[in-house]
Ligand binder design. Sequence first.
Ligand SMILES: [Zn+2]
Length: 323
Amino acid sequence: MRNAILQELHAEYEQQRAENERQNALRRAEAVRACPEIELLLNARQEMIFASLRGILGGQVTADDLPQRMEVMNRQLASLLNRHGFAEDYLEPVFRCKRCEDTGYVGEPVREQCECLRTAFFTRLYQRVGLGEQAQQSFERFDLSIFSDEKLPGKTYSQRELMEMLRQQCAAWAEQYPCADVPNLLLMGQSGLGKTYLMHAMAKVLLQRGVHVMMISAYQFLETARKAYFSGKQEEMDTLIEADVLMIDDMGSEPLMENITIVQWFNLINERQLRGKATVISTNLMEDELRRRYTERIASRLLDRTQCRLLQFLGDDVRRRKA
Ligand SMILES: [Zn+2]
């Protein structure tokens, strides 16, 4: 996926450079139409550069006043442009990104990706793995102040303290993967407690570390599984089974379809465990509800403490608190 995105971007940058050339030619034609003298000046400047290059290549001593002569010509050009109502830099080459001049790369002799290419790459990567608009959600931006600092009922800590601890655990897991102490995480608790946010933040860290991550809602998962079941085409399911880290949001919100839901969940979890893949699941259901809905066979795998850490979210719905 990463290579495909990079190839797409390289092609787009090439297109951009062709478009720049076109823009430059249009501007030049427009300026020359307004003032033919500009063309003479541009040609003379070009000829001066070529002559100097020929001199260098031919091993001749060149006039070292080239910069000064260029400067004079540039000033003449600027004033002509100005007089005809153009900006002074109207004939400077046009680039979308001045830093890399739309090549996507900067630096000599070590070539590295320009900021513009890196940003475009990750934006697209986030979209492809299902992170899309949530890409700005990160551990750094996670706002603990929206959680209550009053002690939770029957607990010695507040919701805010709990969330700080959960944030640390999620961040550590994403940093340590694949060497974290357990391969799987189960984020459990009612909606509006920050589970999905932390999942997105984990996905972001993993993607930046180069891990192959997929994100999907339980509803989308079931749709994919259902289609595969009826069409016999396994490709999309294979993508989910083979992702190094699969994140499934909101287990329990998908419809319970006879002969499909339970079987497909079991297959997915089982296949991924056999392959040693990591799975992160969030759910609004409690442990006994998971057992009831998904049978003991699935629940026991999800709740196996040697394989999975259970992160229990507690407290008030922050969206309701904010309202
Ligand atoms: Zn750039």
